[in-house]
Design a protein around this ligand. Structure first.
Ligand code: ZN
Length: 181
């Protein structure tokens, strides 16, 4: 392990889940690491230590949605995601528009995220698990349905659903819609 890697991992709490950056970070929560006279995003540095140089035009994304996380296994390369990152950031800044007072797990920001996860090779079921929605919802997102559709159809699924654990999951996502029949 190089001195730079030693220095890098000295700023990280390593555990069972996310490995969070403990040193300075950006306003968005991404860790920052000084290397070779430049300040780099820590999760990108981590990916590089694990995998080598980041191919031109590619982005390092988080499977775990935790910007401070630098655990190599939680990071993946994404294509075409200037747009995704941008929509993601905007979705968050809007603070709950389209996501029901911020209580729904699925947000507009999850739509590009779901597409990126599936594009990275995850199954729709895995991506759904990460985002807290069903694989059917992820499937619809990937096929390009609008956010509005996604939200309405998720509720329709809830009404049809007789599996208790999944009903509970969906109910948590849409607490306003819970009813017992
Ligand atoms: Zn993580």
């Amino acid at each position: 392990m190089s001195d730079d890697e030693d220095r890098f991992w000295g700023k990280v709490t390593i555990g069972d889940g996310c490995w969070e950056w403990q040193a300075c970070g950006s306003r968005e929560g991404y860790g920052r690491f000084g290397l070779g006279g430049r300040v780099l995003l820590a999760h990108r540095v981590s990916w590089t230590f694990a995998n080598g140089p980041i191919p031109a035009g590619m982005h390092v994304l988080h499977r775990c949605d935790n910007p401070a996380c630098v655990r190599p296994g939680h990071l993946f390369l994404g294509t075409n995601d200037d747009n995704i990152a941008d929509m993601d950031a905007k979705g968050r800044r809007k603070g709950g528009v389209g996501s029901r007072h911020g209580s729904a797990k699925l947000t507009e920001a999850d739509v590009p995220k779901a597409r990126a996860l599936v594009a990275s090779g995850m199954t729709q079921r895995e991506a759904g698990k990460l985002l807290g929605v069903s694989r059917w919802t992820v499937g619809r997102i990937v096929r390009g349905k609008t956010w509005r559709h996604v939200e309405d159809e998720e509720e329709a699924e809830f009404v049809r659903q007789d599996d208790l654990s999944r009903s509970y999951d969906v109910a948590k996502s849409f607490p306003v819609q819970i009813n017992d029949d």
